[in-house]
Design a protein. Sequence first.
Length: 754
Amino acid sequence: MTFRPPFVAALAAIALSTLIAFVVQLGLLGALRLGGVNTPLSLEAASNSRVATVGDVTGLRFDPSRAPAIAQAKSLTLSANNALAVIIHSEDVTSNLRLTFGWLSTQDIRRPATASATLAAIGDAQQSVLLLTGHPNWRDTVTQVALVLENASNASVPPSAFVGRTELLPANPVGGARLLATAWFQRDGNVITPSESPSRLLPLALWIALICVSSVLMIALLLRKKTEQRADALRVCAGALALGALLLTVLANRWPGWTVPLGGGVAAAVALLLLDRTLSFGLSLSSAQRAALAMLAAGVAVLLAPLIAAVAVIPGLLLWLAQWRQTADQTTRSQPDRWLRIGGLAVLIPALLIAAVAQGLIPTPSLLNPLADPTKTLASVATSAGALPGLALGMLAMHQLWPAPAQSQQWSIAAVAACVWALAGALLVLAIPKVAVLATGGSTFIALFFPAFACLALAIIPKLQSVARSVHETIVVEVKSEADLSAQALTLLDSHAERVAATLSRREFGAARAALAQMERIASAAHATALARLRVALVENDLDRADTAAAQLQSHDALSVNDHDALLELAHRRNLHPRVIELAPGASQREGNLRALAIAQLLTDGPLPALQTLSAWPNERTFAREIAELHLISDDLRSAQQALVNTGIAMADPTGQAYIARLGMRVQGPETHAISINRIATWHPQLAVAQAAQGELLLQQGNASGARARFILAMKLEAVMWPLQYQLQRIDAAATLNAASNTNVQDNLYPPSA
């Protein structure tokens, strides 16, 4: 066997899901503690009980014929949190007895608490597991316990029972696992939850369902961008879970065994699967051969289980009608599919009506008086075949997370309608007593749901047969551009493009993606679609996808201003400064574009081109701070002072004082203003100008690494400090040069002040 990545991912997801489900179950039981072993309870005879020996086992013989038989244990110091349940090993039970386990705790020292169960009349050895965890009075320290047996029937045989051993199940993972094994894998295991306690033990059906759904979710999360591997892993997961769930159900003795009704149910399910051509079973069958095999399987179902075959009649007719009309119309979206959809939904009305009447939610019409509530029967079916509900939920989860093309058919409408009819038919059999009595044994009730299970499989197959060929899980059936569209389609494409721009401006990303998806379907190769794709990728900060969209956009001729704006933004984010300078003439003259151009010019050609770009803006105050920073970099103090005047900053403010110190340091040297700069940076650590002044001071003193850290901090504190990138560039260049020629970085950056 080759352990390919999908195979390993599927098995790892199943193993992790099983572990998570086990930990969740232990948490519900309160069994996550470490330590502790099974604690035997040494019960002493008290009333109508005596010490006796049966075989090699010494225990207590209870005789509740005249009065309740009691055994007890005193002087205990048992912590209630350390025990999950009490296990009572009994045999020679001659009639049904009422078993009561009572205790006294330090919390309720004068009021005994009890939990009751029924001890069935079984001559062979049996064990009764009475859950204590979750009981409102099972708490603190238990000081006394008592076991009481009372006669619960009017049988002519004198009531009697022998209890050989009584033990407490520890509240640790081993005890929790033993409790699960007893509840699931022992037919004679009698695990009882007292009526006062909430049920904390997950049934086998819910356990399997939890593992199925969580495994599929993990695979979809781990391989969300690897569609082919995800599909392979889901296939492996489905097969492994199906086999494991069936084996677990059989080994747990929850399966009723192979019976004639089960054979009829399997035959009916096979007949339904053969009616739909989506399943090939690995065989090349003609329509005539498929029909012949379907009729043969249906005949076997009628012979073995007429009741199940009757339930499968209407689903079979729906599937046959869909296949017949599909052949005639050569389409999967034909008129009959709409009728099948309507019919599948219409059947829910009587089914819901019958359920409401059976449960007494609405007044019962005289015609529906014979109906009974099928809830208990449904619960027994789920318990007897835990694999079926678990696999059904797993299949639905897999269908929703299967990597399929957006334009493929998601459901087989006919199979959905057939599944609803099959489920409604099974519920009707359970709800009508005169029909339910025709079922022989519990296996018939389980087999009733085989047709619905088969139709559910057919419903999800159309999506499972399609696997995406791209990371985006979309297949474009026909690539179209604006030249291939009609006037109406062009109008629709433009409206979606406007919607993308409008929703992105309002930061409604979900609506923008939906509009982009519509544009992809209309014309995936259109100029407007490429621009919208680039805009969405930029907003989502997915630069790799933005690069792909930019390449598609640049393949078109005559780029517009909007195209240049989007391409310039991408080049700016990628730090492609020559590309920004190249695109700037075609972009719109707005603040963001002008600032991006100035940054590119600063880091490419120095401060002068950047100053010319920003100074051309009509409003002097818009870029006044950035212009002042650029003049400070160039040591043009007079121009820097004029730019600071345009900012409107008061020189008495901490910001103004920091600027005065930076100007003065360039004229008088660093020693004169070192104290004032340190004081401002200390008292105003969130002031970007103060951090920039501190960086320049450290640079003058020869501490290039400290200056670099201060400049980075200043740019993080305030975006308008971006000209400091030039200082960082000079520091890095000087460090490289210093490493090569062992020269002084300080001399390279700043010549001695005049």
